[in-house]
Ligand binder design. Structure first.
Ligand code: SAM
Length: 209
C-alpha cells in the first residue's frame, strides 16, 4: 500500500548532497532527463536500459524506494541512471543544484500526487515558485512533460506552467518523440494502471523559450 508523504514536513528541509554529473554517470556529456516523483524508478530502469545515449535521473520523496532503486542500479551496473532522495522542490531550489538544472534536456512529472483537498494544494509539486526556479535556470529549449489522470490537477498544472512567460506549449501532434528521452513512448506504472482501467490521460509538453 502506498504511503503518502507530506512534502512540506521539516524532515525534508535537510537535503542530501547532489553528486556531480561525473559521479552520477559514466558519460556525463549525454543528454540528461529528470523524472520527478519517480517512485521505485521502474520507468527509468526501462528507459536507461534501452536508450544508452541518455542519462536518466529520478527524484523521489520516499526514502526506502530510493534506497532500493539505487541498490538495484548498482547491482545491475547501470551507468546512465541515478536516483536522489528528497522533496524535488527543495533539492532543485538549492544552490548546489544550479549545475544540474542547467544541464537538463527535459523533465517529466508523471502522475504527480493530486492532493485533492483544497487545504493540501500547497503540497502539490508544481507551484508557481517552483516553476519560476526552473524558468530562471533551465536552458532555452528544455522540455517539460506533464501527465495525469486527474483533470483538475491537469488544469492547475497547465495554468501554472503556461502562465509563466518562459514556457510555451507544444502540440503533441508536432512533437517528434523519437528524439526525446522516451523515444518508444514507454509507460510508467501509474500510466499502465490508468490504461488498464480505461481512465482518461491528460498531458502537455512545454518548451523553455
Ligand atoms: C502517484 S505517484 C506516481 C509515480 C510514477 N511517476 C508513475 O507515474 O507511476 C507520485 C510519486 O511522486 C512522489 N512525490 C510526491 N511529491 C514529491 C516531491 N515533492 N518530491 C519528490 N517526489 C514526490 C510520491 O512519493 C510518489 O512516488
Amino acid at each position: 500500500m502506498r504511503q503518502h508523504v507530506n512534502p512540506l514536513s521539516s524532515n525534508f528541509n535537510q537535503i542530501e548532497r547532489v553528486p556531480s554529473l561525473r559521479e552520477m554517470f559514466d558519460d556525463s556529456k549525454l543528454n540528461l532527463h529528470l523524472d520527478i516523483g519517480c517512485a521505485a524508478g521502474e520507468f527509468l530502469f526501462d528507459l536507461a536500459l534501452v536508450n544508452s545515449s541518455w542519462n536518466y535521473l529520478g527524484i523521489e520523496i520516499r526514502e526506502k524506494l530510493v534506497k532500493n532503486a539505487k541498490l538495484k542500479m548498482f547491482e545491475r551496473e547501470i551507468k546512465n541512471l541515478y536516483f536522489i532522495f528528497g522533496n524535488a522542490s527543495n533539492i532543485l531550489n538549492d544552490v548546489q543544484s544550479k549545475f544540474l538544472i542547467k544541464n537538463l534536456k527535459s523533465i517529466s512529472f508523471n502522475f504527480p500526487d493530486p492532493w485533492f483537498k483544497k487545504r493540501h494544494y500547497k503540497r502539490r509539486i508544481i507551484q508557481p515558485e517552483f516553476i519560476n526556479i526552473l524558468a530562471n535556470s533551465l536552458q532555452k529549449g528544455t522540455l517539460i512533460f506533464i501527465k495525469t489522470d486527474v483533470k483538475d490537477l491537469f488544469d492547475y498544472m497547465d495554468y501554472t506552467i503556461s502562465s509563466n512567460c518562459n514556457f510555451k506549449r507544444i502540440d503533441k501532434k508536432d512533437f517528434n518523440y523519437s528524439e526525446s528521452f522516451n523515444p518508444k513512448k514507454g509507460k510508467t506504472n501509474r500510466e499502465k494502471y490508468v490504461i488498464v482501467n480505461q481512465l482518461d490521460i491528460f498531458e502537455m509538453i512545454y518548451i523553455k523559450v
